[in-house]
Design a protein around this ligand. Structure first.
Ligand SMILES: [Zn+2]
Length: 388
């Protein structure tokens, strides 16, 4: 039917063979252009209108939006957006027993970097669309491919640059074993840096000891942790409150010197609906008395742009539909996705895709052959129910 479109397995193989590692470490980081070009080629051959945008925040990285079907004339939200990220994490050299860029079939599995998380999803989507009569679409069907999800979510932060991107429903195909996910917490990582004044340990009062100040900071943060726990609650999560974690601390160099610098790295995970601003205000408020006591000694530095939490209501039409199609109840996830940014387009948003999160970011990443046909069928049903 579509002579220019490769088979499902050939698309899968080509996607895995096109390296698209994103990494904050520049020696690992590469452009996702090859993946974007493959998708552009295949989706245009199916009749989609394809737009490719280079990111403003990240040269050499691209988002792709492919659209087909009638747009509503009144500019209202309509149709379905199927979304995924084109990048992968780096691979552990020596821990893979197979070439990460060669799709390999063995033991009822397909191995390859990005096979589950989540380049393979695009092959699923295209396969689901392949035999549909797209001239019969009543609502727009859109496919979005983003860049740099694994690092800064830079691609998802630039969706406003696509004109008229107003889906009614969105599904992000991260590996959930096709279980619908309707909410997750947000994530922010901060460095608290205390700058004191060094000196000889024989007179501790001659300097300003950064470790001592950090001790006070930790006390205040423990109080903040407790009040987050007391004030906010979402029973759907296994950990039903916002969390705060101390992950790394370093200060000083020698026992006989007054410590001049101490750094704490911590992460916070707000509940859906909590604004990042609110969380930052709480953090600043908790440390304000220490700032007053030690002027210019305390800095709070965001280590990456925070990701908000998000929630689509349990009784939303898309959640109900996905539950019916998959036969599984919607769940919260304990990891972050691009969902909050896509949700901001104004659409009901879920995360649901083939493969398991347990294989994501692991050596010998795979999906099972057994899940291929059911997932293709379920995706096709989603498209038919929302767009035809
Ligand atoms: Zn992913």
């Amino acid at each position: 039917m579509h002579r220019t479109l490769p088979s499902f397995m050939d698309m899968y193989r080509d996607l895995i063979a096109a390296p698209s590692v994103s990494c904050l470490e520049p020696t690992w980081d590469i452009s996702n252009r090859q993946v974007i070009e493959l998708l552009g080629l295949w989706l245009s051959s199916l009749g989609f209108h394809v737009e490719i945008q280079e990111l403003e925040r990240q040269a050499g990285k691209y988002n792709l939006l492919a659209s087909i079907g009638p747009e509503p004339t009144d500019g209202s939200a309509a149709g379905l957006l199927l979304s995924g990220h084109t990048d992968t994490v780096p691979w552990d050299e020596g821990r893979w027993t197979r070439d990460p860029f060669t799709l390999t079939e063995a033991d009822g599995k397909l191995f390859g970097l990005g096979s589950a998380d989540m380049k393979g999803f695009f092959a699923f989507v295209i396969e689901a669309v392949r035999d549909l009569d797209l001239s019969k679409l009543k609502k727009p069907l859109r496919i979005l491919a983003t860049a740099d999800e694994e690092t800064s979510m830079a691609g998802a932060r630039e969706l406003h640059r696509f004109a008229n991107l107003k889906p009614e429903y969105a599904v992000i195909g991260e590996p959930t074993n096709m279980v619908p996910v309707r909410m997750h917490k947000g994530h922010s990582t901060d460095c608290i840096r205390i700058t004191g004044k060094s000196g000889h340990s024989s007179n501790p009062a001659a300097g300003v000891n950064a470790i001592s100040i950090m001790h006070e900071v930790l006390g205040s943060l423990k109080t903040l942790e407790q009040s987050l726990k007391d004030k906010f609650h979402e029973p759907a999560f296994e950990v039903p409150y916002p969390t705060l974690n101390f992950g790394h601390i370093h200060g000083g160099d020698a026992a006989n010197r007054i410590c001049a610098c101490c750094e704490l790295h911590m992460d916070m995970r707000p509940l859906p609906g909590m604004r990042i601003d609110t969380l930052n205000d709480m953090l600043n408020g908790a440390l304000a008395p220490i700032r007053e006591r030690y002027p210019n000694a305390l800095d709070i530095i965001a280590m990456h742009e925070p990701i908000p939490g998000y929630e689509t209501k349990a009784d939303a039409a898309l959640v109900r539909l996905a539950e019916a199609i998959s036969g599984q109840n919607a769940e919260p996830a304990n990891y972050c996705t691009e969902a909050p940014f896509i949700h901001d387009l104004g659409c009901e948003t879920i995360v649901m895709g083939p493969g398991s999160i347990r294989q994501a970011h692991q050596p010998d990443e795979y999906i099972t052959l057994a899940e291929i046909k059911p997932a293709q069928q379920q995706l096709r049903e989603l498209i038919v129910k929302t767009c035809f």
